[in-house]
Ligand binder design. Structure first.
Ligand code: PLP
Length: 430
């Protein structure tokens, strides 16, 4: 596969952009390659600067759940552009967006738009602290909640791959109120709550962890968190930046029938435009300025072009609920197929998946938390990644990221993918 143009662009990029990328997860350092520069995309495919075509399992890290270049979304964006890009003032489409989500997601009574998942989580934590008058928060090792200071503690995703437990530049004071628990281990949560009586404002969790690879919640884990929060008068925040509008329209809170106090969104809610949001119980959201004393603002928040993209995608999903059944079936076919191949070729790797989210861990161990995810052989992953990308399958360049399926991934494409995985396993065995 010819990669001259990408390689040249990368040499140029590293001169002007740290590491040549605007987000570390885009670099190919973990797999010892230089990144492919993407020029365009359509449906399930992306095309790089050298004209190579790939089946895309990154899907912009989740937003492109309808596939790339969905015509309805694109047309909505173009129509919105005709009226101007930004006004910094209230617009009708923001009301429509908020109303649509409040009416269709039971846990959301009021919602505020922001510009990224990071901002959404940062603001939700502030609202939780303002509402409870408490400072401490409990997060889980391996869960990623964006790059705001107080949450860069034992984070997943790019931080996990780089092996950086924390980030330089984050003062100790910023993280001293952040407590870390073990995912899927309610005892570890209870212990923190008992040792910090009446001090914990909130527990924040990825209801399906998807930034340490994919780690599903064990039976009763999310319900247990709800119970512990009620017992200790702490708030429960579901970070649904990945799972929101993906595991069904009502996300993980709907799928697992657990009602959090606050939910954060990103990714799918913007359909590829920079959008995040946080919402939940009205009495908490009414703490936010200008209603209440918790300050949070944004020059471009609720941007009309971004809202047009996001709202069109959300309405499309809501009006076509069969997409979710299809996505679950595609997930079963792809990830179940991978499990079957691993068994057949006697390669002791672990595949975890929930509906359309999945990942293969290069470890024989069951993966239910961060420590278990870390037992993965990242060199083996790099070998697998190189095979896949050079055969036209665009995966995230890290062991600790999810694969994302979209409506545009057909059964035929999934069969092609499985055949390529099988070729890899056969070669690897020889
Ligand atoms: C991607 C992600 C974030 C951060 O969102 P950005 O838009 O990248 O700031 C937060 N939480 C989770 C669970 C995510 O996957």
């Amino acid at each position: 596969m010819k990669t001259e143009t990408s390689d040249k662009l990368y040499q140029e990029a590293v001169k002007y952009i740290p590491g040549g990328v605007n987000s570390p997860v885009r670099a190919y350092g973990n797999v010892h390659m230089s990144p492919r520069f993407i020029q365009g995309a359509t449906g399930p495919y992306v095309f790089d600067a050298d004209g190579n075509k790939y089946v895309d399992y990154v899907c912009s890290w989740g937003p492109m759940i309808l596939g790339h270049n969905n015509q309805e979304v694109l047309h909505a964006v173009v129509r919105a552009c005709d009226n101007g890009l930004s006004f910094g003032a209230a617009t009708a489409i923001e009301v429509e967006m908020a109303k649509f989500i409040c009416e269709n997601v039971p846990a959301i009574e009021m919602i505020r738009m922001v510009n990224s998942g990071t901002e959404a989580v940062m603001s939700a934590v502030r609202a939780a602290r303002g509402f409870t008058g408490r400072n401490k928060i409990i997060k889980f090792m391996g869960c990623y909640h964006g790059h705001s200071d107080c949450l860069l503690v034992k984070a997943g995703s790019g931080v996990m791959t780089a092996g950086i437990p924390d980030s330089a530049g984050v003062p100790k004071g910023c993280t001293e109120d952040t407590l870390s628990a073990v995912y899927n281990d309610l005892n570890s949560v209870e212990e923190l709550l008992d040792n910090n009586k009446d001090q914990v404002a909130a527990i924040i969790v990825e209801p399906v962890a998807a930034n340490m690879g994919v780690v599903p919640p064990k039976e009763g884990f999310l319900q247990g968190l709800r119970r512990l929060c009620d017992k200790h008068q702490a708030l429960l925040i579901f970070d649904e930046v990945i799972t929101g509008f993906r595991l069904g329209f009502t996300g993980a809170s709907g799928k697992y029938q657990v009602r959090p106090d606050l939910i954060t969104y990103g990714k799918i809610i913007g359909a590829g435009m920079p959008v995040g949001a946080y919402g939940g119980r009205k009495e908490i959201m009414e703490m936010v300025a200008p209603c209440g004393p918790v300050y949070q603002a944004g020059t471009l928040s609720g941007n009309p072009v971004a809202m047009a993209a996001g709202l069109t995608q959300l309405k499309y999903l809501y009006n076509n609920p069969k997409i979710y059944e299809d996505l679950t079936a595609k997930g079963e076919k792809l990830y179940g197929g991978m499990q079957e191949l691993l068994r057949r070729y006697q390669v002791p790797y672990t595949v975890n998946y929930v509906d359309s989210l999945g990942c293969m861990f290069c470890t024989p161990q069951e993966v239910g938390n961060y420590a278990q995810a870390k037992t993965s052989d990242t060199a083996a992953f790099a070998d697998y990644f190189a095979w896949m990308i050079n055969h036209g399958f665009h995966l995230a360049s890290s062991q600790f990221e999810a694969m994302f399926l979209s409506e545009a991934h057909t059964d035929e494409i999934i069969d092609d993918t499985l055949n390529t995985v099988e070729d890899y396993l056969r070669e690897r065995k020889d």
